[in-house]
Each structure stands twice: as C-alpha cells, then as structure tokens.
Design a protein around this ligand. Structure first.
Ligand code: PLP
Length: 442
C-alpha cells in the first residue's frame, strides 16, 4: 500500500492530541509516515534518527519483521478471544516468557493495555491483597514527588508531577508522598547513581509514624524515574525503601514501565539494582511499542492470597476486555525473542559507557546545568529562560527535529532513550546534533 506522504492529509482539527501543544502543532505539523530500525521518515521524506525509542518503548527499533509477521499471522488466525473465563495459548506462553526473564521471586502476570492500567491494577491488587489477608485497614498508598505513574486517577494520585495533577480535583484519598531524590546542589553531573540522598528513603519512617503502618498498603516508585526527567536512585536508596517496607508489612511496587525490557542493561531495573519488590508494573517495551499491552508481575505471596474460597468463584473482580489479547500476546512473544536472539539487553549494558561519555561531553555546552545517565537513558537539564519555563527545551526539541534527531523534553530537561540497537556512530550523531542545537539557542 502506498504511503500518503502529504503533510496535511486532511483537516487536523478533530484529533485532540494527547500531551501536545495542539495549537502549535496544527500550525506546523510534524508527521511521521514510516519507520525502520533507528529511523523515522517524515511526511516530507526526511529521515529522523530516533533518540527516544518512540516514547521509551521501541527498544528493538522499528518495524522488526519478526514482530510484524507474528502480528499479521495471528490476526488472520485468532483475532480475538474473550479475556474473561476463556483462554488462548499465546497469553499463557507470553506470561511464562516474561517470568523467565523477570527477577527470581516474580511468579505471576496480570495483563493490561498500558502503563497507566498496569499502575491502577497494581494499586488495586495491593489494597485487595491486604484485605484478603484480614488487614483491610491497609488502604493508604504512598507515592513520590515527581513520580510518573501514568494518567489515570490512581496513577496521578500517587504520582508527583504537579501539572498532571493540579487541575483534576481532589484525586484519590489516603495518599501520601515521599520526597523526590533530585539533589542538583550535591549531585549535578554525576555519572550513574548519585552518592548523596539515600537518607531520603528514611522519610518513609516519618510517613509510617504519621499514619500508622497498619493503614498503609503499598509504596510505589519508579526505580529510576524517567518521565520526570531521568532521576536516578541515590546509592543505597532502593535498598532502604525495601528494608523499611518489609519491616512494616508494606508492599513495594516498582513501576518499570520505562526501565523494563533492557533500558538499563538488565531485563528489569529490579535486577540492575538488585532489589526485589513485591510487584512490578510494565508496558511499553513488552511489545516493542507496536501493540498496546501492559503486564503486572507479582510474587507468589501476593497472588496466592487471592486463591481461596469456592473454586467456581472469580477470585479477583478486575480485568480488561483486551487483557492478554491474542495479537498483543504474539507481539510480546516475538519481541522477547528479538531481544534474546540479538542480545539487546547485554548490548545496552555494553554500550552504556560509550553513551555515558558521549552524553557527558555536553558538559560546558551552552545552557547545560546538569547531565544524568544510566544504561541507555540520559538527560540534559537546561537553565530555564527567566519567566518562560519549558520554552528553551521545547525550542531545542523543534530545532533538533529540523536537524534530523528526535529527542523528548519535560520541563527544561531533554531526555533521550534510543532503541537498544543504536550504533556508536548514531550516538555520535545524536549528541553532536544536540550540541549544535544547544549552541544555537538563545
Ligand atoms: C513509569 C511509568 N508509568 C506509567 C506510565 C504510563 O504508561 P502509558 O502511557 O502506557 O499509560 C509511564 C509512561 O511513560 C511511565 O513512564
């Protein structure tokens, strides 16, 4: 089928775009019409190097034949099967394959369709788990400032990005927040995990003392916070969170929607940091971003608490029409095969030092006030224009796109997370172009 490469295929008005400056976009649209491996093709026929793996999700690069063929075959064979009270083999196979690469201790998989739904699922599971064990007073959920857990009500309640919360009313009750771990005065330009800040996990003891452990169901954090601008866990921080939650019988949930599937050089951040939570939320890289799918992993202890009562009864009144959808399931299986066959997690680990050096070579470039990195993820923080927050980074994003690289911005932070198939020369192109862009900014 020929691609329609017209810049404005039709009226742009009807589509209300998510997390987008709609009016700006519709005056000067940026359209992708094709993608292959490390590149997008724009509607003008330009190649753009993907510095962000789409939205942190296309970890194996774009339009990988193994994945697209699996999808086409499954769509023609079994397009849909009811998700409730019926099964199909691919969903079970994928669950086993996820558990195969998960940290030891994760034993069960509950399917969703996105990161946001994975988060809602994990939060609901946490509360219901305690109730099933006779501790029904444990309903409080603890998140963290600057945390991003998607956009549904549970996720924005435990999340801590102010713009994502403040216009949406009172949110979920019974939520408290840990302080964020961003300490630029002590940790600016740190390579990898910062030295300072593990003590911020002790704030959980203060929160426990305030509310009583017997009222707290779970703590949810991103082991490495991505969407807020790549904030690394200080050395020892996650270990402390684990120890304190365990001591008080509180579940620990790692939101691995970005860190899952190789981003840090291990399958999951839990392995990279060697800290085992009770639940892990995933999405994005599970299907290489190709088909919406998420998965929550739990320990046997969490799962088994629900497996009681008469066997004909549904144990958990929760799930989605598309939980474990056949096409998404085969996309997931094919994706995990590509990761394995090409050793992409190991590749991310072995490229990480080169990535780190390239990124930190931007120190001293105009406007740069901090650089952070881990695995194949990195952030360059810019000095905001006085009185016009976000404008400098957004201008950098637009100029970068014109110069043929795709980056992402949040506030005045530029974040990059290329597909794990990136070559060294492409890292040089990404960072070199970004340097030119930054030097050209007011
Ligand atoms: C840590 C984390 N949780 C949840 C989400 C939400 O995922 P989705 O956009 O698929 O709902 C994201 C998305 O970036 C994320 O980074």
């Amino acid at each position: 089928m020929a691609l329609d490469r017209k810049p404005n295929p039709n009226d742009l008005n009807a589509f209300w775009m998510p997390f987008t400056a709609n009016r700006q976009f519709k005056k000067a649209p940026r359209m992708f019409v094709a993608a292959k491996d490390m590149h997008y093709t724009t509607s003008e026929g330009r190649q753009v190097l993907d510095g962000t793996a789409g939205l942190w999700c296309c970890n194996a690069g774009h339009c990988r034949p193994k994945i697209t063929e699996a999808i086409a075959k499954q769509a023609a064979e079994l397009d849909y099967a009811p998700a409730f009270q019926m099964g199909h083999p691919a969903a079970f196979e994928l669950a086993n394959r996820i558990i195969e690469i998960a940290p030891k201790g994760m034993e069960h998989v509950f399917y969703t369709n996105s990161g946001s739904e994975s988060v809602e699922t994990a939060l609901k599971l946490a509360i219901a788990y305690h109730r099933a064990r006779g501790e029904g007073a444990r309903t409080r959920l603890i998140g963290r400032e600057r945390g991003y857990h998607g956009v549904n009500f549970g996720g924005i309640s435990v999340g801590g990005i102010v713009t994502n919360r403040k216009v949406f009313g009172t949110l979920l009750g019974g939520v408290d927040h840990l302080p964020h771990t961003h300490l630029p005065a002590q940790n600016a330009f740190t390579r990898g995990q910062p030295e300072q800040g593990a003590n911020l996990a002790d704030e959980l003891e203060r929160i426990v003392a305030l509310h009583g452990a017997e009222t707290i169901a779970a703590v949810i954090v991103e082991p490495m916070a991505g969407s807020t601008g790549v904030l690394l866990p200080p050395k020892g921080y996650l270990e402390k969170l684990r120890a304190i939650t365990k001591k008080h019988g509180i579940l620990l949930i790692f939101d691995e929607v970005i860190t899952g599937f190789g981003r840090l050089g291990s399958a999951f951040a839990a392995q990279h940091y060697n800290v085992l939570p009770d639940m892990m939320t995933t999405a994005k890289g599970l299907t290489n971003g190709v088909i919406p799918m998420g998965a929550v992993m739990t320990t046997a202890e969490v799962h088994d608490a629900f497996m009681q009562g008469p066997e004909h009864m549904i144990e958990l009144f929760h799930g989605y029409t598309y939980s474990g959808n056949p096409i998404a399931s085969v996309a997931g299986i094919a994706t995990l095969e590509v990761y394995k066959e090409e050793g992409l997690f190991e590749r991310a680990a072995s490229l990480a030092p080169y990535w780190e050096d390239a990124l930190h070579s931007l120190k001293g470039t105009r406007h740069v006030i901090d650089i952070r990195n881990e695995g194949l993820i990195g952030a360059v923080e810019l000095e905001p224009i006085a009185g016009e927050p976000t404008k400098r980074a957004f201008t950098a994003f637009l100029k970068a796109y014109e110069k043929g690289i795709l980056i992402r911005t949040t506030g005045d932070i530029i974040a990059m997370s290329p597909p794990l198939i990136i070559e060294k020369a492409q890292i040089d192109q990404l960072i070199g172009t970004l340097r030119e862009v930054l030097e050209s900014l007011d």
